[in-house]
Design a protein around this ligand. Structure first.
Ligand code: FNR
Length: 358
């Protein structure tokens, strides 16, 4: 039987009711990293809206791992306590609560987009971003200094991810996703564009992928065997004119991650450098990469990017191009994307009883 958008997906012992996942999307609405009513209402609405998985935005494993001072975080037990009601609400409404664990690396300490997105000065609450190498992310304005992580500090980052995962589990999340995409810290280690280290964490493929593998190992160690771990990667840097990260390396990394117990690769792209040459970034432009990773490794994958319609999402699963349709901005326009998709595709749409008289 052909799988469709509404065929449940079982990963380990987690039953995902359908193939729609809310893509992680920063809300830049936290104070000191805490989840608040915004997160409960925003993520809760998408669970009521029928998505199979509701993923939090990038949730920083340490204060310096935030993109902006308004990012969500999970670097203390109090932060986890603040997230727990959201995870519980998502579960209660039939969706699987997932958390994206993140570190922004050299792209940290900028103002949120609607405040201009420029670097935050130290006197305004900013901090020195950390990175594999002291190469700042190129910006129009003078780039702030970047601190090159020592090997001891790298061990600290791995511990931060491990402890964050433990806290996320206590908070009630079912799926942990490691953010290794979009030019943030873990991607910076993968890509020679941002990593010119000459120690065990730079140079060869083996060395550049070491941190992602060690973080994955640490998260898998504390994440129970019956629950899934995802990794989001940028399948390519879109920088063919220089030594960079590409799909061949992504396929190799995905195979390594599978051996470490990763259940699904969330396949995005880009973000390491403003010179990136995106092709026509129309609907599904990243899907061929997801498809290739799925074909060559046999791992489950999520496709993301420009999925706006029920038919597009359904086609991805039906034609075995991806196991999940990961929907970002369309979920901002329509929290009920999954319920509307069910109606459009002739499936039973289980609206909550409160809304059934509409
Ligand atoms: C994003 N994106 C993103 N990605 C990620 O891995 N972690 C994050 O926290 C965010 N934050 C974020 C905020 C906002 C407002 C947008 C629009 C996007 C990227 C997002 O998850 C997704 O990959 C892209 O938006 C492409 O998918 P859509 O929007 O075309 O479905």
């Amino acid at each position: 039987m052909t799988d469709t958008l509404f065929t449940p997906l079982r990963l380990r012992d987690t039953e995902i009711p359908n193939r729609v996942m809310v893509s992680p999307m920063c809300q830049y609405s936290s104070t000191d990293g805490y989840a608040d009513d915004w997160h409960l209402v925003h993520l809760g609405s998408r669970a009521v809206g029928g998505a199979g998985i509701v993923m939090t935005e990038a949730t920083a494993v340490s204060p310096e791992g935030r993109i902006s001072p308004n990012d969500l975080g999970i670097w203390s037990d109090d932060h986890a306590d603040a997230l727990a009601p959201t995870a519980e609400f998502i579960s209660e409404h039939g969706s699987v609560p997932a958390i994206q664990l993140a570190h922004a690396g050299r792209k940290a300490s900028i103002h949120r987009p609607w405040d201009g997105g420029n670097p935050v000065l130290e006197e305004d609450g900013g901090w020195t971003p950390v990175a594999p190498s002291a190469i700042p992310y190129p910006r129009d304005e003078p780039a702030p200094e970047v601190h090159k992580l020592t090997t001891d500090e790298i061990q600290g980052v791995i511990d931060d991810f491990r402890v964050a995962a433990e806290r996320a589990l206590d908070a009630g999340f079912e799926i942990a996703e490691i953010h290794a995409a979009h030019g943030y810290l873990l991607h910076e280690f993968l890509s020679p564009v941002a990593n010119d280290r000459d120690d065990a964490y730079g140079g060869s493929f083996e060395n550049r992928t070491r941190l992602v593998r060690e973080v994955t190992d640490a998260v898998r160690e504390v994440w129970p065997d019956d629950k899934p771990v995802f990794v989001r990667i940028s399948a390519t840097d879109w920088l063919d004119d220089r030594e960079s990260w590409d799909i061949e390396q992504s396929v190799r990394l995905a195979a390594d991650l599978e051996r470490l117990g990763v259940d699904l690769i969330d396949v995005s792209s880009g973000g390491i450098h403003p010179d990136q040459q995106l092709p026509n970034a129309g609907p599904g432009y990243q899907t061929p990469y997801a498809e290739r990773i799925r074909d060559e490794t046999g791992l489950a994958v999520g496709a993301v990017g420009g999925i706006r319609t029920a038919r597009h999402a359904d086609e991805l699963v039906r034609n075995e191009r991806a196991d999940l349709a990961i929907v970002g901005r369309q979920h901002l326009r329509d929290p009920y994307f999954a319920l509307h998709a069910a109606e459009e595709l002739g499936e039973e749409a289980e609206w909550p009883p409160q809304y059934r008289r509409a």
